[in-house]
Ligand binder design. Structure first.
Ligand code: HEC
Length: 108
């Protein structure tokens, strides 16, 4: 890992407030570009669950980011209701991790 990657990793793990602020715009664009916001919002159930509800459900699970990344990549059904989430197989591992790390940071 280069020092720059270390910083990004640290920021993702959740320590650095300034890094979050800088990432804010990028993550919003990624959410929009990936189509997430047509089915999700932070606070309210739309087609899929509110991201705050997701963060609450998986809070305290060490592997939450991995679990959620798999759900987003492969699609998910039956965990939240009867509507399934389609697969997002074209997202890179990096983007999946950014998205799901951000989801887990949405505190109720
Ligand atoms: C077509 C609508 C739709 C789109 C687009 C969509 N989702 Fe979902 N999402 C859902 C539904 C419906 C569920 C609930 C699935 C279930 O019950 O298992 C869900 C569940 C989730 C979950 C919880 C998964 C779990 O294992 O509990 C996460 C995290 C999530 N979505 C993130 C995203 C992200 C990030 C994107 C953009 C890349 C996205 N979603 C795009 C509809 C969508």
């Amino acid at each position: 890992m280069t020092p720059k990657h270390m910083l990004v990793a640290l920021a993702l793990i959740g320590g650095l407030p300034w890094a979050h602020a800088q990432d804010g715009k990028e993550i919003k664009e990624l959410l929009q570009a990936s189509g997430c916001m047509s089915c999700h919002s932070v606070d309210e159930k739309v087609v899929g669950p509110a991201f705050k509800s997701v963060a609450a459900k998986y809070a305290g699970q060490a592997d939450a980011v991995d679990t959620l990344s798999q759900s987003v990549r492969n699609g998910s059904r039956g965990k939240w209701g009867r509507t399934p989430m389609p697969a997002h197989s074209s997202l890179s591992g990096d983007d999946l991790k950014k998205l799901t790390t951000w989801v887990m940071a949405q505190k109720p």
